[in-house]
Design a protein around this ligand. Structure first.
Ligand SMILES: Nc1nc(=O)c2c([nH]1)NC[C@@H]1CN(c3ccc(C(=O)N[C@@H](CCC(=O)O)C(=O)O)cc3)CN21
Ligand SMILES: O=c1ccn([C@H]2C[C@H](O)[C@@H](COP(=O)(O)O)O2)c(=O)[nH]1
Length: 294
């Protein structure tokens, strides 16, 4: 697949290039948790130009950016329940909260839809040994708003001491914010990446996370550096990726408009919804329904 460059230097086919690399270089790996083999490669770097509004929404199939943004809003609010995610327009946690055999048998599970101490719970309510809670996100917003980057503006959901209290270990687990002059950048780390499904959510989420944090802290948005360790395609997704999606040529990247009235973390916690985000110029190919491995 050729790499077309837009004037703003955004690479419109970086997603398809990664998929093609997986087909060319991937190795088969058994996966015990799902019982489905994965074509796997280690190490991929993606980049998003938030300052130039090049929204990384995959165009070689129809993708669901509102659900992806809703999921991000749920993380930023510290949600721990699939019903809370559903209420704001995102169904992605239903299966892991309610159909994952290991989690259903876990005595820490508080009932239907409970996800446990995952993602935003760690981001907003990290347990300190003295019994108090640490709000990582609030600390970062306070520092950035005062122009401070202490070289540790890190939001991490990765708490190995509490993995047994959650339905799934976080995949996109750490976000590091960096202030250079008046421009904010983001480096996001991902340990495990379902390229046909999860990644189409994670790319726009990284973009929106940087755009929102820059907006509420009063800075320009720069770039996202998205670092993926284990990138994979489940065996039951491969045929559609190879013979359908990768036969299509990507369209130009759309633009995302975010309501400028969003000015604080409190706004994000209280009234922001998916209707505060509007897409312009999303030309895309027909939807593809990929199987989901629980
Ligand atoms: N195997 C697996 N892959 C994932 O990507 C994944 C997990 N598990 N577990 C936790 C979250 C949940 N995520 C999900 C779950 C479902 C979709 C999904 O079904 N997407 C469809 C439809 C979306 C919609 O209609 O809103 C898609 O076509 O993108 C995407 C991401 C990402 N994560
Ligand atoms: O944001 C997300 C969340 C999850 N995924 C994918 C990556 C894997 O396919 C599964 C998680 O399985 P593990 O056995 O815990 O690695 O979910 C994603 O791509 N993006």
């Amino acid at each position: 697949m050729s790499t077309q460059q837009l004037p703003n230097s955004a690479n419109i086919s970086q997603y398809e290039d990664l998929c093609q690399r997986l087909l060319n270089e991937g190795q088969w790996v058994e996966n015990k948790r799902t019982n489905i083999r994965c074509l796997t490669l280690i190490n991929a770097d993606l980049e998003y130009d938030v300052g130039n509004h090049a929204f990384p929404l995959v165009t070689t199939r129809k993708c669901y950016y509102k659900a992806a943004i809703a999921e991000l809003l749920g993380y930023l609010r510290g949600y721990d329940n699939a019903a809370s995610f559903r209420a704001i327009g995102c169904k992605t946690w239903d299966a892991n909260a309610n159909e994952n055999t290991a989690w259903l048998a876990n005595s820490a599970r508080k009932g239907t839809d409970d996800m446990g101490r995952v993602y935003g719970v760690q981001g907003r309510q990290w347990h300190r040994p003295d019994g108090t809670h640490l709000d990582q996100l609030q600390k970062i917003v306070s520092n950035l708003s005062r122009g401070i980057d202490d070289r540790g503006e890190i939001l991490t959901f990765y708490n190995p001491g509490e993995f047994h209290l959650g339905c799934l270990r976080p995949c996109m687990h750490t976000h590091t914010f960096s202030l250079l002059g008046d421009t904010l950048h983001l480096t996001s780390y991902m340990r495990s990446c379902d390229v046909p499904l999860g990644l189409t959510f994670n790319m726009p989420q990284c973009f929106v996370l940087l755009a929102l944090m820059a907006q509420i802290s009063g800075h320009k948005a720069g770039k996202v550096y998205h670092k993926i360790v284990n990138a994979h395609i489940y065996e039951n997704q491969l045929e559609m990726m190879q013979n359908v999606q990768l036969q299509r040529a990507p369209y130009a990247m759309p633009r995302l408009h975010i309501n400028p009235d969003i000015k604080s973390l409190k706004d994000i916690e209280t009234w922001v919804s998916t209707s505060d985000f509007a897409l312009e110029g999303y030309a895309c190919h027909a939807p593809i329904s990929y199987p989901f491995a629980v």
